[in-house]
Ligand binder design. Sequence first.
Ligand SMILES: NC(=O)c1ccc[n+]([C@@H]2O[C@H](COP(=O)([O-])OP(=O)(O)OC[C@H]3O[C@@H](n4cnc5c(N)ncnc54)[C@H](OP(=O)(O)O)[C@@H]3O)[C@@H](O)[C@H]2O)c1
Length: 222
Amino acid sequence: MAMTADGKIATANRAVHSFGSAWDLEHLYELRATADAVMCGARTVEVAGTTLGPGAAKFRRQRLKRRLAEYNLRVIVSGNGSLDPAAAIFKSQVSPIVILTTARISKFNLKKLQTVADEVRICGEREINFRAALRWLKTKWNVQRLLCEGGGALNDALFRADLVDEVHLTICPKIFGGRTAPTIADGLGFPALSDAARFELTSLRREKAELFTVFSRRKRPE
Ligand SMILES: NC(=O)c1ccc[n+]([C@@H]2O[C@H](COP(=O)([O-])OP(=O)(O)OC[C@H]3O[C@@H](n4cnc5c(N)ncnc54)[C@H](OP(=O)(O)O)[C@@H]3O)[C@@H](O)[C@H]2O)c1
């Protein structure tokens, strides 16, 4: 995730979603080149127009060197299937697209998404059961390492399910402000300090005006 110095990942009106440097973009593709699958939420797919592909040939070569498939699997999360089938991602046919959804999806939306995705998987009643969904992705699509690229609602669900091993956070020297501007983890959050997801800073690198950080999960005390 790219984050402003005041902790935002987009402006409050969602008009600005891309604000990292060329280094940060390169870093994003390098991370994609380490993952079997790249995932993001429905609103990110629509607002940011992301296609979640591996990018230029050099990143695809990195993938092959690591014995990964040349093109990563693409995973989209949409609880009620409200996703727009005209979104840019569906026009890019580089690799399979899997949509994770819930039993809340209408028959109409299910049919609509089945025409644009390779598989639509119902994983939960009202909320996606991510533990079960990731287990299924591993078994069915051989996903060992999954990169989630947000947005805040999806990230929050993964933090709450305790499924995040690493957070790669680029801190950019900008301030967006705005009470309703999204952050790296929105959604419901944790009610108490004792419940908070815990991480430790395991890497810190300055590249020109940005800080590239990695936070790794700390095990909860027994
Ligand atoms: N700076 C960055 O690095 C970065 C990266 C990514 C995104 N962004 C920004 O983040 C914003 C989007 O974030 P967002 O939080 O609004 O949306 P989001 O997380 O991209 O997508 C939210 C949607 O995903 C589905 N979803 C998420 N968690 C779910 C769960 N537990 N169960 C069922 N469905 C679930 C729901 O889809 P349905 O409504 O279809 O049910 C929900 O409305 C955009 O402005 C984007 O530009 C910034």
